[in-house]
Each structure stands twice: as structure tokens, then as C-alpha cells.
Design a protein around this ligand. Sequence first.
Ligand SMILES: [Zn+2]
Length: 253
Amino acid sequence: MRLPQIPVNKLMRYGLLSALVAVMVACQMPPTNPFASQSVAEPVSQVASEPNATASPAEKALPPQPANTAASQLVDIRSINPRIVLDIRYATPNNFTHRSLYSQARCLLRAAIAADLSQVQASLEAQGLGLKVYDCYRPLAVQRKMWQLMPDSRYVANPAVGSRHNRGSAVDVTLVDRTGRELEMPTDFDDFSDRAHLEYQGGSAQSRRHRQILQQAMNQQGFISLSTEWWHFDGQNWQQYQVMDVPLEKVKA
Ligand SMILES: [Zn+2]
């Protein structure tokens, strides 16, 4: 069989061109570790086998949010369960940024997730305990502000990706007793040290026991723990809710 005649210099040009294309394609290929190029402060579920843990490609190819179903509406937790105590830290300077970032101290969550949280409250009340929430829905504009103040993905989710709080599908909580007094935990809220990790075995035995009670109560209602922050939980089906940027005071709930 006779090959078609192609001048050598043309072949060389094709060769160089295809090599160049190969390099360009390789540069655009995603890294093997899906988290390597992501700046997500709260991406990894404690449950390693949980399909939700494959964060980054899923974040980009999310199924469309169900069109305004009742379950996807943002609701104010006070209208769902007024016995849950509020301490919305980002509405005060008592947070890691040392400034107030929220216009209002509100806990807004997707209705289905708020209902689950109310169930947790009921189960804790049976033990003489209750929940106190530090943070719920967080507008994307606030995420950008946090990122300006601390552009470090170990502490703050990159707004280019968004936090699960921006979806109204994550909650930061602790335990209180019957009188509303906070129970001792291994750290304060937003302590970004190893002491906030679920596997941390230091601190008092009581603080570790409280952490365990909180984790069990939340997990029983389908909330997914975060291994590096004892206070943070993702609600069930958090992926189906999209990032939002509606200011807190504009949400009618
Ligand atoms: Zn959180």
C-alpha cells in the first residue's frame, strides 16, 4: 500500500502541532484530586462513603433546583420551632472577622432542613437539652466579604465555589441546657484549630461527651457532620439547593 505523499516539513509541522495541542489539553485537564483546585472550607463529609463527599465536579454539574417546591423555600427557624435558641454570630462582632457582617440576626434554612432541625430539637428536649444556632443561610455577598478579610480556604469557602451555607442547606449549632445555657464543647464556634476536629481527644471528658451527643442527635435526623468543625452540619440533599445571594432582610419567611 502506498501512503499519500506528504512533504516532510509538513509532517513535522503536523507533529509539532499535535504535540502542542496535547500539551494544551493536558494543562486544562482537571487534577486527579478533585479538591486540589477547590477552595472549599467545608467540603468533606465525615461519612467518607457518602456520595456527597465528591464535591467539586458535582458542585459544577448540579441538577436544577426543584422549581420553588415548598421544601426548597427559605423559612425562618423561629416560625418552625421558636424553642431553638439563636446566637447568630455574624450579626455581631463576636466572630473571627471581629465585625458584624449580617444586617439581621436570622436563621433561615430550606424548609425541609428546618423541619429536620426541629426534629433534632424535639429529640434533645427529651434529654433536657436543646439547640443553639450560630449560623444558617449566608448570602453570597457575605461570603465574598469573608473571603476579602480572610482569603484562606482553610477557614473560609471561596465564594467562586460557595459554601453550603450559601445554599441555605447548612447549619452551625451547639447544645444548651434547659435554661438556654451553652454546654461545654471542645472549642468555641469558628475555632479553626485541630481542637475543633471530631477526632480530637483532648479537652475535658465532658466536652467530648457533649460533642458526641450533638453529633448523634444531628446524624439521627440525616444531618452530615464535618470532620474538621464539630458545630457544622450539612442538611439532607444539600446538593439540590443552589447558591443564593438574597440579603437576609429581603427574605420573606
Ligand atoms: Zn458551617
